[in-house]
Design a protein around this ligand. Sequence first.
Ligand code: MEV
Length: 322
Amino acid sequence: MATGRATAKLILCGEHAVVYGEPAIAVPFSQAVIETEVLPTKQKTKFSSAFFTGDLDNMPPILFGIKEMVEAILKDIGTEPVLIRVLTEIPIGRGLGSSAAVAASVARALFAYFKQELTDETLLEFVNQSEKLAHGNPSGIDAVTVVTEKPVWFQRDLSLETMHFHEKLFLVVADTGIPSETRAAVADVGRLIEAQPEKFKPMIHDLGNISREIRKQLEGAADIQQVGKAMNAAQVILEELTVSDSSLEKLIRVALQNGAAGAKLTGGGRGGCMVALVSSKKQAESLVKALHAAGASEEWIFTIGEGTHESNSGSSHQYSAY
Ligand code: MEV
């Protein structure tokens, strides 16, 4: 048997705009890890996961990206049929990059099983290919964050930089419990831009400028009120782009009413997760309670910058990315 692991990601800012070449910042969401096991099997290659178990040939459309990737890998290096078993606690379709993380963990496990070396470059190609089938027009930010496992400043086809955050910041991430419709949301933003470029292109550019402002803050002394303000401004634009929804806005409202400096959706939107910036661990803990009472299905306390590891309690988790 061989195993492969991959970590989910969290977009701090720039989602959707990143599809159009504007910068975005993403960090590995290090507690949400996907593990895949590869074992020998008889006859046909099989795939087993929370959403599907059966022959590779019968995988549902939602997994076509993974299916094609597995077929390509097996064609290259496979010498026998295998059972691919994906073990995950990452909520599927919550804007946390689970499809990219599943692809990366499967590729890593297959290469380990067949005792072949897998470079990050090759892995990135496989994950990007798989994401194209899963999401239609992915910017590549999920794949890059999942493969590098580092905080990244990403600009499609232009730049990929690893980031170092100066100050420790407390974030609270909460899941609406509603699957995010990334593919439809990305397609709809495309339609809006095509139909009314004079209205929507400047919004995409403004989202890029918000990422630039947040980068400046995170790499400097990080005034949390300024970062929060920038996050709120991003949320207003994401609402205009129709990628937010009432489930997200409810949790965002609760976060702001409970003293968060800023809050916004993260990832594809329309369900999925929101992220709020707070000023202390204590405030994060009380916000987790308020979000839970307001109906969030899961909450995590997450620190960026110089952090400490702390244990989890209840349905909320605290951990540090780096
Ligand atoms: C999805 O995690 C982020 C989006 O910007 C889509 C993409 O970049 O591919 C919404």
